[in-house]
Design a binder for this molecule. Structure first.
Ligand code: PBG
Length: 327
């Protein structure tokens, strides 16, 4: 490399057009997945206080949001369900007429080309708010697997293109893959929350999904934030069990993990920019402490630069609306 003054790094930073020419990373609407929270009823649109711009919606309103997303060019939505009633085993999670099952069918009808992904987990459906069934005060891994498979099957039967297990039970990807294949859903893909960390950044989501654990916490199944090599093993296992896309979650505090997963596997990697990461920027912006639009673009770009191919983000629609202005 030549040295200063022959080399001046600032030469290519002078104008917006020059910067565009040498830009290495671009976020496209094509990369984004929009999460939606579906609740019972009709005509319901209940804003989530801790997540400005996000609402709990009934099926009819979720269809409107999904159709709008499709029109904006967003390729996929990720559905979460908040059921009418909760019980010990989360049986609403696999009910044929559950909110997610109805939303999947209605969205596929209104916007057939939109990829519909469903979150598969028990925490939104259990009275205790844990991601699996409780035996003797702890989440029982193996007893949970069958319920997860049942939920995934009901989503596939409703027309889901992809199921996304987010529970962090051991062996669930394999069990779900076998169940889908056995029931004629070999083409339904699995997006596994492979490296999901026990994070402080899920707080606002638990308000949106009404899924906060009623006792204890999720550290017995979600990963220790300190562990990067373990994340690689989690990802490897899910791939061996049949995951088509692997996810790292949250995003910003784990960009090193995103990078390592991409390098190690070459698989499609998804990063989830989670509720708390989104809420933090929204709150600061509301105070006038930072520029939300610039922060959004910088954050999404950094996730992409770290190696993510797909990004789950509550900003998907805002980004799509402003995507033409790249600077
Ligand atoms: C668990 C689940 C969680 C999120 C999605 N699925 C978190 C949790 O409560 O452990 C978090 C998403 C977010 O914070 O945006 N089923």
């Amino acid at each position: 490399m030549p040295k200063y003054p022959a080399l001046r790094m600032r030469r290519l930073r002078r104008t917006a057009a020059l910067r565009r020419l040498v830009r290495e990373t671009r976020v496209s609407v094509d990369d984004l997945i929009l999460p939606l929270f579906v609740v019972p009823g009709s005509g319901v649109r209940r804003p989530v206080a801790s997540m400005p711009g996000v609402a709990q919606t009934s099926v009819d309103e979720a269809v409107r949001d999904a159709a709008e997303a499709a029109e904006l060019g967003i390729p996929a939505v990720l559905l979460f369900g908040v059921p009418e009633s909760k019980d010990e085993v989360g049986s609403e999670g696999y009910a044929e007429d559950g909110v997610v099952q109805r939303a999947v069918a209605a969205i596929k009808k209104a916007a057939p080309d939109l990829v519909v992904i469903t979150d598969v987990c028990l925490c939104e459906y259990t009275s205790h708010g844990h991601c699996g069934v409780i035996r003797d005060g702890v989440v029982d891994n193996d007893a949970t697997l069958e319920l997860l498979a049942r939920q995934a099957l009901s989503h596939a039967a409703a027309g889901a293109d992809m199921v996304a297990p987010s529970d962090m039970m051991d062996g669930r990807v394999g069990v779900i893959r076998s169940a889908l294949d056995a029931e004629g859903f070999a083409d339904v893909a699995i997006l596994s929350y492979a490296a999901k960390f026990a994070s402080a950044f899920y707080g606002p989501f638990r308000e949106a999904a009404e899924s906060a654990p009623q006792f204890g916490d999720r550290r017995g199944y979600q990963m220790d934030p300190a562990n990067g090599l373990e994340a690689l093993r989690e990802v490897q296992l899910d791939i061996e069990e049949g995951a088509d896309i692997v996810m790292v979650k949250p995003a910003l505090a784990y960009l090193d993990v995103v990078w390592r997963v991409k390098e190690a596997t070459g698989y499609p990697v998804c990063a989830y920019h989670v509720s708390g990461e989104y809420a933090a920027v929204k709150a600061a912006a509301a105070q006038g402490w930072l520029d939300e639009d610039r922060a959004m673009k910088e954050i999404l770009t950094s996730i992409k630069r770290a190696g993510a191919d797909l990004i789950v983000t509550y900003w998907a629609r805002e980004f799509a609306r402003g995507a033409a202005s790249s600077d």
